[in-house]
Every structure is written in C-alpha cells, then in structure tokens.
Design a protein around this ligand. Structure first.
Ligand code: UD1
Length: 344
C-alpha cells in the first residue's frame, strides 16, 4: 500500500511516517521544508531503519501536485498534514494562510479525485470549536466563529472536504487534534519551532535549557481551578497511531459513512501551572515563570470527549502527560546539542 504523507517532515507528520513504516506501508513524503529540516528524514531513517521516498515539492504549485500523482501513479491513501499553523502569524498574514492551507488542499483533492477510492485523512484541530459551551467537547459541538485565519482555514478545509465527499464519492476522515506535545521516545524526532516558540511545551523546554530566561504564563484570572487556561495535551505518538488506525479503517472500507470525524485527545484537561509543575517533577529542572496578561484569542478551557474515537476507532491515548514531557525534554536536549555541535 502506497501512502502519501504531505508535510511528512513536520511535527505530527514525521511521527506518523514512523508508525506507517513500522506497519510496513510504502510511504512517500512531500514537504517544502518551509517549517522543518531535512535532518528529520535522517531521524525517521534511524528509528524505522527504512528510507521513505521524499519529494521536495510545494503543494501551492498545481503543476507540482500533478507531477507527484503522475510520478507515483496515484496513492492508496493520502494523509494531509502540510499547512501553516501559527495562530499569531495567521492574524498578521492571513492571505499566506489562505493560499497555503486552502489552495494546496484544493489541488491535492483534484488529483485524489482522479482515483476516488483513495483514502483521505485530514489534519484538523479542536480550534474549529472555539470556546465550546459544552465541556468535554464532543464532535457534535457546533463550530464557533474562528478566532484567527488559521482556525478559519481548518473550518473551511473541513467544509471543502465535506462538499467533495458528498458529490464526488470520496471517503475521508477528519481528525480534530487537541494539543499535541512530546516527541518520539528515541529523542530522534520531535517538534522543531522556528525562532521563539509560540506553543507552551517548546517554550518550557527551551526555558529549562536556558535558551529563554523565563516563561510568560498568559493570564491567571481565568475561571479555572488555578486561574490559568486548561487544555487537553496529547502525546504526539498516540496521535500518530490514531492516523494509522483511521487509514486502515478507510482502506478496509470499514467506515460507516463516507465522512467521519473524530476528536483526538486524552479527555483530561490540565492547566498551564499543572503542566509546569509536572515538567519540574519529572525532569527535576526548575522553570522560572511570571504571570502576564491574557493572550488574545486564547480560549479558557478545551478538552475532548474521546468516547467516539474509543468506541468506533478502538483508539485511546495510552501515554501520560509525564511521558510526553519527559520525551519533549529528551528531544530538546538532543537536538539543541546537535545544533550547537554543527555551528562549532
Ligand atoms: C494552538 C491552536 C491549536 C493548535 C496548537 C498547535 C487555537 C485556539 N489553538 O493551541 O489549534 O493545534 O496551537 O499549533 O488556534 N501559553 C502560555 N505561555 C506561552 C505559550 C502558551 O501561558 O508562552 C498558554 C496558552 O495561553 C494556552 C496554553 O499555554 O493556555 C497552550 O498554548 P499553545 O501551546 O500555544 O496551544 P493553544 O493555543 O492551545
């Protein structure tokens, strides 16, 4: 089975490629390296002992997408990760987000539809729910107005796929991630933020290493147990495994409806302070932090109702918050020391 993984050198993409290779799928990665590096390909090879095919292409170029599908004579499955994902950047440069996240999806689907039997998995996000009225959040919770162009591209992306499934005979699964954190237990692949990290865990690990002096905690006056925001932090390896399970479901035509949607989270909400505390306990490293104003666009609390994924996919997150933070710390130390060695 030949599987195309777009954005396969990115954070979630690379962990999914490892799980696919572990299950002996033939994997073709396409990535434009806009937010990652070729070193990730080495990391994947070291872990899985197999070299996936790699195409340095940009899905915003329609002709590149056509070339890709011609070269490999189509694919049995496509897992589409390639997208920009920084909330703040999307507010500053919305058209970049619409071009990158929407145009590439359209071009990809145009090629996929030449063989509508192709299994299609879309990387979505809990951001589509905004501040949901119900907690935990089920897949039935309605979309709220997107708080950023990034969030809007995930909503529009889902709607485009829904329309295509309705009229063109495609089978697809939308996976709505809560907050992916952690790294592969080998410490060979993980999250690679460019510049100052926008997300909490890379900021914590860089502070632990002394690259950042202090973590700013965005708001301590929320209506939560300790006043800081609550999120559902899910280990990236658990998340990667859910993609393989979803793919197998589509490939074996076990899906009940042509379009299925699943939340991927742990079902547990943790506050920012809990995360800092757990990190300190599992690593023994102190994290200096201070409270600052709320960050614009942050929701107060978001955590998943995971019943549907458990009942239908037979998937459940197995790894703990402590596992995730330990692996993130190992990865931070490994790749930072490698980076320093390379600049010497
Ligand atoms: C955001 C996106 C989500 C996306 C994820 C990963 C929204 C609403 N959320 O999640 O869709 O999948 O990024 O790209 O679009 N925090 C601090 N200090 C920091 C950084 C973060 O206190 O330096 C806090 C935030 O206020 C938040 C929590 O930590 O409460 C998690 O933040 P972050 O890791 O940025 O993820 P989200 O904003 O939840």
């Amino acid at each position: 089975m030949k599987i195309l993984v777009t954005g396969g050198l990115g954070y979630i993409g690379s962990h999914t490629v490892v799980e696919l290779l572990n299950q002996n799928y033939q994997v073709v990665i396409v990535d434009n390296l806009s937010n990652t590096s070729l070193d990730v390909l080495d990391g994947i090879y070291q872990i899985a002992n197999v070299k996936p095919d790699f195409e340095l292409l940009d899905l915003r170029n329609k002709s590149d997408v056509e070339f890709l599908f011609k070269k490999y004579d189509g694919f049995d499955g496509v897992i589409h990760f390639a997208a920009s994902k920084a909330v703040g950047e999307s507010v500053a440069n919305p058209l970049h987000y619409y071009e990158n996240n929407i145009n590439s999806l359209v071009y990809l689907l145009q090629e996929v539809l030449k063989n509508p039997n192709t299994a299609f998995i879309f990387s979505s996000s809990c951001t589509v729910y905004g501040q949901s009225i119900e907690l935990p959040i089920t897949e039935k919770a309605p979309f709220q107005t997107a708080l950023s162009p990034y969030g809007n591209t995930k909503q529009i992306g889902e709607e485009i796929i829904e329309d295509v499934v309705k009229s063109c005979g495609l089978n697809a699964i939308l996976l709505r991630y809560f907050n992916p954190i952690g790294a592969h237990h080998s410490g060979l692949i993980g999250e690679l933020p460019l510049g100052i990290p926008q997300n909490l865990v890379p900021y914590i690990t860089q502070t632990a290493l002394g690259i950042r002096t202090e973590l700013a905690v965005f708001g301590n006056d929320y209506n939560t147990a300790d006043g800081t925001c609550v999120r559902d932090y899910i280990h990236v390896v658990d998340l990667a495994k859910a993609h393989v399970i979803s793919l197998v479901r589509l490939l074996n035509q076990k899906n009940v409806t042509p379009l299925e949607v699943f939340n991927l989270g742990t079902g547990n909400g943790h506050s920012v302070l809990e995360l800092i505390h757990t990190f300190q306990v599992v690593t023994g490293v102190n994290i200096p932090y201070k409270f600052v104003d709320r960050r614009a666009g942050d929701v107060e609390s978001a955590y998943a109702d995971t019943q549907k994924a458990t009942d239908i996919l037979g998937w459940k997150a197995n790894l703990t918050l402590a596992d995730a933070l330990k692996s993130a710390w190992l990865w931070e130390q490994n790749h930072t020391s490698k980076k320093l060695a390379n600049t010497k």
